[in-house]
Design a protein around this ligand. Structure first.
Ligand code: ZN
Ligand code: ZN
Length: 335
């Protein structure tokens, strides 16, 4: 099979790799669409994200959808021909975090496109059936590839306890900010304001249903004006901005990991307002909810994709996404 391999910083080549065989409990998935995530671009550009370092050739891509073309032993409920979306990580199922249902915190997590685990920019993957979800008939394969980022948005809204009538601020209008905004809407938020410094992203947010957009280069947000602030950026100005705009007793949800590990925060203001902080790391137990919400029409994610590239153009696609952040909202690769 063909796979796009990150061989060095800034170098992706399509190579022949052995086609995987589904083991017991696994399905063989023919990949159809894969989204290009910020993390893929980061590995391509820098060869690392924090402690995760690319030390040997790696297949990127984890936001994928596909069709089942084979099943291993002991697979029930999934069949050849099913259109599916694999949740890109599977855990050990043995540790205290797994046993308490918080499998996203498992130290034994095997997560696609996180070194040294290969991802989905390839023709086939063999994957655990219990982490592979069938697409409802009315959900397309392109939408399927967006379920992973959407799961983050839904989890962020869930952790922020967004309620009917809440006023929410979302910092950052990249893919994650946009899906977070959509999730807050679906959770009943009546006013969602979204910030960014890139005008194309703000315009995309407006089209997708944001009530207010704020270009944070040009304007500030009113202090004490929202119930929940969800930070999908993670830098000093956005984290402190979130603390400023949240009402007393409100919530700040930290989603985005910015470039710096240590971010100076106005802690005294946060304490003085009795703000509740929450963070999220990926998601857990959200894919079925995300698929149902899309299928039921509660969330329309079709407007997220701004660019589609053919698999053969993947190198060009990575360069394009890296160099045109003011143009790209979400790029997907069609296999
Ligand atoms: Zn992603
Ligand atoms: Zn575990």
């Amino acid at each position: 099979m063909k796979a796009a391999v990150l061989e060095d910083i800034g170098k992706i080549s399509i190579k022949e790799m052995e086609k995987p065989k589904p083991g017991p409990g696994e399905v063989l998935i023919k990949i159809e669409y894969v989204g290009i995530c910020g993390s893929d671009v980061h590995y391509y550009e820098h060869g690392r994200i924090g402690d995760f370092v690319v030390e040997s050739p790696l297949v990127l891509g984890h936001e994928c959808s596909g069709t089942i073309v084979g099943t291993g032993a002991d697979v029930t409920g999934l069949f050849v021909g099913d259109r599916v979306v694999p949740e890109p990580g599977y855990a050990c199922n043995k540790c205290e975090f797994c046993k308490s249902g918080r499998y996203n915190l498992c130290d034994g997590m095997t997560f696609m496109a996180t070194p040294p685990v290969d991802g989905a920019f390839c023709e086939y993957i063999a994957y655990p059936a219990d982490m592979t979800f069938k697409l409802p008939d009315n959900v397309s394969l392109v939408e399927g590839a967006l379920i992973e980022p959407l799961a983050i948005g839904i989890y962020a809204a869930h952790r922020g306890k967004v309620f009917p009538g809440s006023k929410v601020l979302v910092q950052g209008a990249g893919c994650i900010g946009l899906v977070t905004m959509l999730a807050c809407r679906a959770f009943g938020a009546t006013e969602v304001t979204i910030t960014d410094v890139l005008e194309n992203r703000l315009q995309a947010a407006l089209k997708l249903g944001a009530d207010n957009i704020i270009n944070s280069r040009k304007a500030a947000i009113l202090p004490d004006s929202v119930d929940i602030a969800i930070d999908c950026v993670g830098i000093e100005t956005t984290v402190n901005g979130s603390i400023d705009v949240v009402k007393k007793g409100g919530k700040v949800v930290l989603v985005g990991m910015g470039g710096d590990d240590r971010v100076p925060v106005n802690l005294n203001r946060a304490i003085g307002k009795e703000i509740d902080f929450a963070t999220i790391f990926r998601y857990r137990n959200i894919f079925p909810t995300a698929l149902k919400m899309v299928s039921d029409g509660k969330i329309d994610i079709n407007g997220i994709v701004s660019h589609t590239f053919d698999f053969s153009e993947i190198g060009k696609a990575m360069e394009f996404v890296m160099n045109n952040k003011n143009e790209v909202v979400k790029a997907v690769i069609k296999l």
